[in-house]
Design a protein. Structure first.
Length: 535
């Protein structure tokens, strides 16, 4: 292994987004985990998907037993594979995120080269060469710093020096499509925040047409080209250039508008040569690309922090779900919960108090963090009620009243079983999958109520049953019964009504679901809990 490997640059292409990725060390990890060197939030990318290794003879891609595989130039990589210049590595799917081996393409620099080639032909003076130097120096500085505010600052510095106007502003498009002021500065370097005296007509025209609006002398221009704001604010020259994220082969109107560069003067007319116009457009184009890359980097950092916090939340939830299973001479309990995301909306709990065993399984409507938050709250609420030996009806009413009083547009299904050493079983089912009972055949507990959290004054009725030694009660969430099969169907309840599950472990049931559903990804949390009465 080399002692000081030379960093290699790869290009990540994820949908319409492109950015450089520096692989500076061996065992460079790729996956959905927040601690990965390259985090890819893609449904077909595994948590630990692949690694890039640096050997003496180059870089190798190694799949980490990912579920959907890693592909090199369209072929599934089943063993470590050396990467060559211009190779393409896809993660999870051939239309998924991809790494191209080699530097970022330089198609955008063709315009710059064309301008440079024109300089001797048009007899540009040393001043124009200074303008070019400003551009290239600023571009290098932007790439090194990579922050949006630095890019905007350099963009205004360049264009104010190039055009000799009095004021410069950069607007960025918000998530709802509005143009918001990001930075304003005058030719003395002082910050500007008031946009009331700008030509909003010129801004609207540039945005609506996705093309430049350049008026260097409003007094000599056609009156129809002068908007009311130009006249009202005595603007002598105005320049509006859209900052566009261009897609290969797309026309200007089809490109994504990232923002707008606005320049104006109120004292004197402007003067732009053709080379100035070309440079201005080139600077705006390259600045748009840099802004886009910087925003992607910020978005990725936010995603990394979010996934880190999500990982912490998942650890906390796993801790809450680690119920202490009591050792009883007359009953055995087993439980398993598999979230389809980092955090889930299912929970279970087990309480043994004064010789009575109580278990609860609940499923919160929805998925993700909002469901997990309510699940954690309800778990604590129900646990305290079980320890206090409240009746099952009272527990259901308390939980129902609590959810309804918060007006959070959520509800929950749940089942609570309470078993004593004599085999007497009390249960309450609130909109949940009916529990299965295995003994002399297999049946479902019949009593059922509304889910908790739907109707504030709902009433709840419990049920009773007497278990015989060897009988078993099984509770599952709808993540099991509604697990999708490859043909578009569901696992259903019928398989669980078979006698073969009377002595099956929870792992056996999970294996049965996995076998029937195949490679179809789970889209809901799966929780299973059973009680076997020994007598």
């Amino acid at each position: 292994m080399p002692g000081n490997p030379v960093p290699s640059t790869f290009v990540l292409v994820d949908g319409a987004n492109r950015r450089n990725v520096a692989v500076t060390h061996t065992h460079f990890t790729v996956g959905r985990l927040p601690e990965s060197d390259l985090v890819l939030a893609h449904p077909f990318v595994s948590r630990r998907h692949a690694e890039i290794l640096l050997e003496k003879d180059g870089y190798y891609i190694v799949d980490q037993d990912s579920r959907h595989g890693t592909f090199v130039n369209g072929q599934l990589a089943t063993a470590p594979q050396r990467l060559h210049e211009n190779d393409t590595v896809h993660f999870g799917a051939l239309d998924g995120p991809a790494l191209h081996v080699g530097d970022q393409d330089t198609a955008g620099s063709s315009t710059i080269r064309a301008i440079i080639e024109q300089i001797p032909e048009v007899g540009v003076s040393g001043t124009a060469l200074e303008k070019l130097r400003w551009f290239f120096d600023s571009a290098r500085r932007l790439n090194a710093e990579g922050a949006v505010d630095q890019i905007l600052s350099a963009l205004l510095d360049m264009t104010l020096q190039l055009t000799h106007v009095e004021r410069g502003y950069v607007f960025l498009r918000s998530e709802i499509g509005e143009m918001k002021l990001a930075l304003g500065r005058d030719n003395r370097g002082e910050a500007l925040t008031d946009v009331a005296t700008l030509s909003h007509g010129a801004i609207r025209q540039a945005v609506s047409t996705s093309s430049e609006y350049i008026l260097t002398d409003t007094l000599s221009a056609d009156p129809e080209s002068r908007s009311a704001s130009i006249v009202a604010h005595s603007i002598r020259s105005v320049i509006c250039i859209p900052l566009r994220k261009r897609r290969p082969g797309a026309a200007a109107r089809e490109s994504e508008l990232l923002g707008l560069l606005y320049l104006d003067s109120r004292l004197k007319a402007g003067s732009l040569t053709q080379i100035d116009n070309d440079l201005l457009r080139t600077i705006a184009t390259d600045a748009a690309a840099l802004i886009d890359n910087a925003q992607l980097a910020l978005a990725e950092e936010r995603e990394r922090l979010y996934r880190k916090e999500l990982s912490i939340a998942a650890e906390i939830q796993r801790g809450l779900m680690t119920a202490r299973i009591p050792t009883l001479p007359w009953a055995q309990v087993a439980a398993r919960s598999i979230p389809c995301r980092e955090v889930g909306g299912d929970f279970f709990d087990i309480v043994e108090e004064d010789g009575v065993l109580s278990v609860v399984v609940a499923d919160i409507s929805g998925k993700g963090i909002s469901a997990a938050l309510l699940a954690s709250t309800l778990q604590g609420l129900i646990y305290s009620q079980l320890v206090a030996r409240q009746s099952l009806t009272v527990i259901a009413e308390v939980v129902n009243r609590y959810i309804c009083s918060k007006n959070i547009q959520k509800y929950a299904t749940m089942t609570i079983l309470r078993l004593d050493p004599s085999g007497h079983l009390d249960y309450i089912n609130c909109g949940h999958v009916p529990p299965f009972v295995y003994g002399n055949g297999c049946s479902r507990l019949p009593e059922s109520n509304l889910p908790v959290g739907l109707i504030e004054n709902a009433t709840f009725q419990p049920g009773t049953l007497r278990l015989r030694p060897g009988d078993r009660a099984l509770i599952v969430t709808d993540g099991v019964t509604e697990a999708q099969t490859p043909d578009g169907g569901f696992y259903g309840e019928d398989p669980l009504l078979c006698e073969e599950f009377a002595n099956a472990t929870l792992e056996d049931i999970c294996a049965s679901v996995q076998k029937l559903c195949g490679s179809v990804a789970a889209d809901d949390d799966c929780t299973l809990l059973d009680i076997r009465y020994l007598g």
